[in-house]
Ligand binder design. Sequence first.
Ligand SMILES: Nc1ncnc2c1ncn2[C@@H]1O[C@H](COP(=O)(O)OP(=O)(O)OP(=O)(O)O)[C@@H](O)[C@H]1O
Ligand SMILES: [Mg+2]
Length: 221
Amino acid sequence: MKILEIKNLKKTFGQAGENLRVLKDINLTVEKGQFIVLIGPSGSGKSTLLNIIAMLDTPTEGEVIFEGKNLHRLNENHKSELRLKKMGFVFQFDGLLPDFTLLENVNMPSVIAGKKKDAKARELLAAFGLEKMADKFPASLSGGEKQRGAVARALRNNPVLILADEPTGNLDINKKIVIFEDFAKLAKQGITVIMVTHDLHAEQYADKVYSMEDGTLVEKK
Ligand SMILES: Nc1ncnc2c1ncn2[C@@H]1O[C@H](COP(=O)(O)OP(=O)(O)OP(=O)(O)O)[C@@H](O)[C@H]1O
Ligand SMILES: [Mg+2]
């Protein structure tokens, strides 16, 4: 089943005369439950593409169809709702809030969505082997623990799509592999993952690998 389709997407930054054409013609079809890895040099537009899929930025031209909806034609409320309920985000630096415990951090998306309190956040911590860390604050967790906590948080509202922008950027190789395996497992459960990385180790865990080259996507696997 097709979950995401990107058609003739272009993104240009800047004003007339001084245009930076970052995305020149992006076409991509993603099936439900695929683990997609996106590689490419610094400045090639990987984060720009994720931001457009996340509706945090708008395309200059072209379409992003997610679950049959043309994302950039939706109003802001509808965009926010989709972002909160259908998508999960993981970034290079975990982004955990320092004044909240790990459990509170993982539960945050559900608080924002106004959901009733339930056991889901604790279940997610258990699924990631972090149950003993529930009441710790981020400052007292290791880099790998924080990053897995960030993955758990991204799953809090049962997203159908995870967008991860260099989620293992500051981890050592063993901890990176744990995260790659986590994503591969999630994909097998039907959660689609699009991950940007500089790490070639990720390729073996991915269903598809694309490289951003001169504003277009080139299929590598
Ligand atoms: N809001 C913006 N305004 C102007 N230029 C921008 C903006 N955002 C990104 N750019 C430019 O677009 C290009 C692509 O940036 P982007 O962040 O998408 O690259 P990237 O592939 O994610 O790089 P990295 O691997 O370093 O994270 C860069 O040249 C960047 O300077
Ligand atoms: Mg980037």
